[in-house]
Design a protein around this ligand. Structure first.
Ligand code: F6R
Length: 593
């Protein structure tokens, strides 16, 4: 939620770097944006609603200065407007701030500010605006910019990452307490961003900020400190292995399509790179008394998939729970519990909250993550990377398949059959690579042409295909805005059947397993009420009006069903004239509760 970018270095056109960096961070929020560059005349600030990707760089060329900050916003406090966009500033615009997170006590802080400066000082409805104004108060009382900055950090309740810049100081300050922040290190240049793709063009060497730390960055040096004690903190340089190329569209019209197609190589890769971490994790899982998978959204659906896989393959009981509903299982968390978070970004606020409460009760935390160095990984004593590479479209596709892969491997590893699992998954990977062709895309787009004007759609599946049905519906609604509902095939007769009318599109997920006939029977019931049946299955069945044929991958068939539904969602969005990469009201990384 919200992307921060900041630059300190020798490039006099630093604002262009900020604009480019923000374009790479737009997946984090895209309702408005803003930049500020420190020029000899003071700050040049520009803030607008809409997407920065539509703004030409030539607009900024004449604003020279070697220090810039920028922000792309996903509105929380205050509507979408230029005045609510960041950077926010103090009374005379001598200092500017960009922020990601939530300041929970901002009402009280506003009152404190109003008591000193009066009510007219506020120019926005945001929680962020209190930061520059509080720094202003502290500086007026005689504190240096740096001391004012740390004083203000101590007053803030909630979660934050923010960067502040003063027109008279040769350094920039950046702090983290709860929201992600990373610093890129190049020759004579420092980059600060919410996520690494913003500066991968320039460097892959980074320092990750830990919670409760701030950095003072000038042209020639950077120093990290503990926010509370003020003590100097020694940081370890880390290397990001992702290539910039893998975070680009690679010639495809949208990231979502590119990321769907990345799945041709994905499973094999995830298996190859994940082995050792999976074995280690399996040993821990084996010893745990009660295991919980927790996550949100797509990752939560993969947690539910994991619940089935552990039951079917490993005969191990696991409970999947939405991180936002974690309180439900809290009474059962103790020293013998293992809570496994599943998260692409590793920054989902509800997940981090679930981790916090688990720790308080003495439970162990592990995570299945994609983004290395993320908060979830840093909070876990053990993490298993899914190695899906950067996922830029808001809708998660390849990360979900990679999570599915790791959960399958974990289930096999638990019964001492990791190699067998690897073999099955590698075979599935090869079959998916052969199947995921241009012809398949065209075939699915033709099916979509026949249903794209419908406003309601249902997806059914049974066993592992039940969470896949939930996931298919989520994908369809988030990118196409069609009302889509996924449910267990057996639930059909218990209410939803009442909604089926002539021509209602129903997606039926069928594996070649012991549940096949049950699901086909449910499809028959839908058809009898006039539904148009889109079957996704290794083989055609007479009940289907349209069929998307997948390879038969036995236990791994649900992966192919899920990929098919991602393609279906992609075309439902694009053929309805929508941008699937940036769905309305959403952002990639949900760092607020
Ligand atoms: C849906 C989607 C979201 C995320 C959810 C969790 O396509 O992407 O539902 O899955 O916000 O995000 P992570 O996995 O980053 O914790």
């Amino acid at each position: 939620m919200c992307g921060i970018f900041a630059y300190v270095g020798n490039d006099n056109q630093s604002v262009l770097k900020a604009v480019r960096g923000l374009k790479d961070l737009e997946y984090r929020g895209y309702d408005s944006w803003g930049v500020a560059v420190k020029t000899p005349q003071g700050f040049f600030i520009r803030k607008e609603t809409g997407k920065i990707s539509n703004i030409p760089e030539t607009d900024f060329e004449k604003h020279e200065g070697t220090m810039s900050i920028g922000h792309t916003r996903w509105a929380t406090h205050g509507g979408v407007s230029a005045y609510n966009a960041h950077p926010h500033f103090n009374r005379d615009k001598s200092l500017v701030v960009v922020h990601n997170g939530i300041i929970e006590n901002h009402d009280a802080l506003r009152e404190e500010i109003a008591a000193v400066f009066g009510n007219d000082v506020f120019r926005s409805e945001t929680d962020t605006e209190v930061i520059p104004l509080l720094i202003d108060i502290c500086m007026e009382r005689g504190l240096s910019f740096e001391n004012a900055f740390t004083e203000v950090c101590k007053k803030l309740h909630g979660r934050f990452a923010f960067v502040a810049l003063h027109k008279d100081e040769p350094y920039m300050l950046a702090a983290r307490d709860g929201s992600p922040l990373v610093m890129g290190l190049a020759e004579g240049e420092y980059f600060i961003a919410s996520d690494t793709p913003a500066f991968l063009d320039y460097t892959n060497e980074v320092y990750f900020f830990d919670n409760g730390e701030y950095a003072k960055i000038s042209k020639d040096a950077v120093t990290f400190f503990n926010l509370l004690s003020g003590n100097h903190v020694e940081k370890k340089k880390e290397k990001i292995l992702w290539e910039k190329e893998s975070a680009s569209k690679g010639g495809h019209p949208h990231f979502m399509l590119k990321e769907i197609l990345d799945q041709r190589e994905l499973i094999e890769n995830t298996v190859r790179l994940g082995g050792p971490a999976v074995s280690k994790a399996a040993q821990t899982l084996e010893k745990a008394d009660n295991i919980f998978f927790t996550a949100m959204g797509t990752a939560a659906h993969m947690g539910m998939v994991g619940e089935y896989l552990f039951s079917r393959i490993a005969k191990k009981s696991v409970q999947a729970v939405y991180a936002a509903e974690f309180d439900k299982v809290l009474p059962f968390i103790n020293k013998q519990s293992l809570v496994c978070g599943i998260s692409q970004s590793g920054e989902t606020a509800d997940l981090l909250e679930a981790f916090k409460t688990t720790k308080k009760k003495g439970g162990k935390i592990m995570s299945v993550i994609n983004v290395r160095g993320s908060s979830a990984e840093r909070e876990s004593f053990l993490s298993v990377p899914v190695n899906a590479g950067p996922e830029r479209a808001v809708a998660s596709t390849k990360a979900a398949t990679a999570q599915f892969t790791i959960l399958t491997l974990l289930a096999y590893a638990l019964i001492g059959k990791r190699m067998q699992g690897e073999k099955k998954l590698t075979n599935a990977s090869h079959a998916i690579k052969k199947w995921l062709t241009q012809e398949l895309l065209i075939h699915i787009s033709h099916i979509v042409e026949t249903i794209k004007h419908n406003e309601d759609l249902y997806v059914i599946g049974k066993s592992v295909n039940y969470p896949i049905a939930l996931e298919a519906a989520l994908k369809i609604k988030e990118v196409s805005y069609i009302h889509a509902e996924g449910f267990a095939a057996g639930e059909l007769k218990h209410g939803t059947l009442a909604l089926i009318e002539k021509g209602t599109p129903c997606v039926v997920l069928v594996s070649n397993d012991e549940y096949k006939q049950d699901v086909l029977n449910a499809a028959q019931e839908l058809k009898a009420r006039g539904a148009t049946i889109i079957g996704i299955s290794p083989e055609a069945h007479p009940v289907f009006d349209h069929t998307i044929v997948t390879p038969d991958l036995e236990n791994e068939t649900p992966m192919a069903l899920m990929i098919s539904s991602q393609i279906l969602a992609y075309y439902l969005a694009t053929l309805r004239g929508l941008d699937p990469d940036k769905p309305r009201n959403l952002a990639k990384s949900v760092t607020v509760k």
